[in-house]
Write a protein that binds this ligand. Structure first.
Ligand code: 13P
Length: 324
């Protein structure tokens, strides 16, 4: 399904839809099991990098298989959207629409304002013919994600959002209020240190900017990218078993909980799942150096990701039970 109805319900209900990226079978299984068990609507996101890594045809049919798998797990009416994450050209978005995606993102946020509008509108005009919903982005997130990267962030300007949404006809808007992609969302200089634990405490999200955007566009679906929390337990596990992730830091979950209660109705999480996967695999490798059956280390990775997804759905985004 596309995102239209999902978002309308989420805004009314004060929760957010989880948008989880997937690149492989284990991630997809974990997402679907978590969503089916909690009866949460879910957005499966495919990035350009995922398409290059896993092959777009395979990913598309995996997503279709996932719907059947969800039913097999006892979820009678699965609410699953297949979404292109960070489309960077009309051609890429068009190919996903033609290929059966139910939603696409055109991320033209790095272009000058008028060019962002023109490209977004072109994608919207095409996608809407097929009832495919379109996410656009205004403002720039710092961080690196696959091929998309920026050294600095620029908050979304609230005074631009009405003009942008009206002229493009986009269905949802990704905004920049201080989140960023990856496991290093803030430099140690941007953070303070908890004197007791010595851990980094990130600066808060710019809720004043979010409020000003919601005032300009009442009831309009807002999206937050870069919303991994970088759970300390996974970072510790990775470091304990031979990894090296110094000073990794994410967005505190309380802030995402607060955002979920507002017009923020889609929250993107990718890095946390990568961290869970890596932590579980490293643990098996460290504890059982003789293990060479991928099922014996991808299995525990899948279990840990499922636990993570359920936690996000139930305790952070509040979307459990919303797709009975
Ligand atoms: P994270 O890197 O914080 O998981 O963000 C993922 C994302 O925004 C995908 O578009």
């Amino acid at each position: 399904m596309n995102t239209r109805e999902m978002f309308a319900k989420a805004i009314k209900g004060g929760y957010a839809i989880p948008a989880f990226n997937f690149n492989n079978m284990e991630q997809l299984q974990a997402i679907i099991k978590a969503a089916a068990e909690t009866k949460s609507p879910v957005i499966l996101q495919v990035s350009k990098g995922a398409r290059n890594y896993a092959n777009q045809t395979l990913l598309r049919y995996m997503a279709q298989g996932a719907v059947e798998y969800a039913k097999e797990l006892g979820w009678e009416h699965p609410q699953i959207c297949l979404h292109l994450d960070h489309g960077d050209s009309f051609e890429l978005c068009k190919s996903c629409v033609d290929f059966g995606f139910s939603s696409v993102m055109i991320d033209a946020s790095s272009l000058p304002y008028e060019e962002n509008i023109a490209l977004t509108k072109k994608v919207v005009d095409y996608a809407h013919q097929y009832d495919v919903t379109v996410e656009a982005e205004l403002g720039v997130l710092a961080g690196v994600e696959d091929e998309v990267s920026s050294a600095v962030s620029h908050y979304t300007k609230p005074e631009e959002v009405v003009d942008f949404a009206t002229r493009t006809g986009c269905d949802s808007l990704a905004i920049s209020i201080g989140t960023s992609h990856g496991a290093y969302k803030f430099t140690p200089e941007q953070c303070t240190r908890d004197p007791k634990t010595g851990k980094l405490v990130p600066p808060p999200l710019a809720f004043d900017v979010l409020d000003a955007i919601m005032e300009q566009l009442p009831g309009f679906p807002i999206v937050l990218h870069g919303s991994s929390s970088v759970p300390q337990e996974y970072v510790d596990m990775i470091n304990q078993y031979g990894g090296k992730l110094p000073d990794a830091v994410g967005i505190p979950e309380e802030q995402l909980r607060k955002a979920s209660e507002s017009a923020v109705c889609k929250i993107n999480i990718d890095s946390d799942s990568r961290l869970a996967f890596t932590a579980a695999v490293r643990k098996v490798f460290a504890e059982k150096p003789g293990e060479f059956d991928p099922r014996k280390y991808c299995g525990p990775a899948r279990d840990l990701m499922e636990e993570l997804y359920k936690h996000k759905i139930i305790n952070v985004l509040g979307s459990s039970g919303k797709a009975e």
